[in-house]
Design a protein around this ligand. Structure first.
Ligand SMILES: NC(=O)c1ccc[n+]([C@@H]2O[C@H](COP(=O)([O-])OP(=O)(O)OC[C@H]3O[C@@H](n4cnc5c(N)ncnc54)[C@H](OP(=O)(O)O)[C@@H]3O)[C@@H](O)[C@H]2O)c1
Length: 309
């Protein structure tokens, strides 16, 4: 049965003509029961999400695939209505390993293709976790093969900086359609966002709720979004929550966002952002919370060749 109450989520156009729903469901959790991943995906699809973000690194592709396939079997959605993203991990950056890694992801999902395949980080490691220093241009050749083999409809990158993106665009045959990186009201990333747009690469915001992230208590402390009075007042003006304000700010900048939640009410809440519009002044106010603070500095990758930050 189709849920006629679920909001229709607008899409953004990718440079290859395909469309990506502007809000997707994030699925990363360091600690979760396996069943929570499947349940979140099912709640998400019921609530109207048509875009699901995961990665081989998250260890949840089996459960994410179960959730997707359950909803397809129920007749709530068809495969072509969904936009599924996964990512190649840093230990599979050799050209041939990329294709193999996606085949393994697809086997775990029990799906024939993904809509978007991303290089998770520009840096690489060997099986011992040491710097493999594989040039991401080599990795990209493997990414291009996934498209030629019909395993991925589109390919892109994550956590690439401006120079890395420029260099990739100069040498690629198939263009990356997206760059996924951290953007939220305390890390507004105007320079990188504008650069991506200039190159027709869609910027996708991960950790879009930034410092309100409950799952990352070690980063809470300069918790502006969660506590600031003006931010709270602005959300209240529209009868919205702080999380909805943060997400609305991103989509008004034309940035697709992939908030993660495993709580049914929050999964629904995070999609309920299409019935209000911030003024130019209010967008500037949200911008003013920028403190260039990264929730995901990936310090464990800091000594690797091609570390982006
Ligand atoms: N490419 C990359 O390198 C990369 C890096 C990081 C993340 N990502 C992707 O981006 C997704 C989102 O990022 P994230 O998970 O780091 O952070 P996030 O989506 O900004 O925040 C998630 C946290 O916020 C809580 N939350 C969700 N909705 C809420 C609401 N309406 N009100 C209050 N709290 C709420 C969630 O709790 P509950 O679950 O308990 O509701 C969870 O603890 C990830 O899941 C992953 O798919 C990609």
């Amino acid at each position: 049965m189709r849920n006629i109450m679920a909001p229709k989520v607008p899409s953004v156009k990718l440079s290859n003509g395909r469309e990506m729903p502007i809000v997707g469901l994030g699925t990363y959790a360091r600690q979760a029961e396996p069943s929570q991943f499947r349940q979140a995906v099912e709640w998400g699809i019921e609530a109207g999400y048509r875009h699901i973000d995961t990665a081989s690194f998250y260890g949840n592709e089996v459960q994410v695939g179960e959730g997707i396939n359950n909803k397809i079997k129920e007749g709530l959605v068809t495969r072509d209505e969904l936009f599924v993203t996964t990512k190649v991990w840093n230990d599979c950056h050799a050209e041939a390993a990329v294709v193999e890694s996606l085949k393994e992801s697809l086997a775990r999902f029990k799906l024939d293709y993904v809509d978007l395949y991303l290089i998770h980080w520009p840096c690489s490691v060997n099986e011992k976790g040491e710097d493999a220093a594989i040039d991401y241009l080599e990795t990209w050749k493997g990414m291009e093969q996934t498209v030629n083999l019909g395993l991925a409809k589109s390919i892109g990158v994550a956590n690439f900086n401006e120079e890395q993106l420029d260099r990739l665009l100069k040498h690629c045959t198939i263009k990356p359609v997206a760059n996924q990186f951290e953007v939220n009201p305390t890390l507004t990333q105007h320079k990188l966002v504008d650069h991506c747009k200039k190159l027709s690469v869609v910027p996708v915001a991960y950790t879009p709720l930034g410092l309100i992230s409950e799952a990352r208590p070690e980063f809470i402390g300069i918790d502006v979004i969660k506590t600031d009075e003006k931010f709270g007042e602005l959300a209240k003006k529209y009868g919205k929550t702080r999380a909805q304000l943060a997400l609305r700010y991103l989509i008004q900048r034309g940035i697709p966002a992939i908030p993660k939640s495993f709580t049914k009410s929050r999964i629904e809440e995070n999609l309920n952002i299409f019935d209000f519009e911030l003024t130019e002044e209010e967008m500037k106010l949200v911008d003013s919370f920028n403190i260039d603070h990264r929730c995901v500095p990936a310090t464990a990758l800091k000594n690797l060749t091609y570390y982006p930050f």
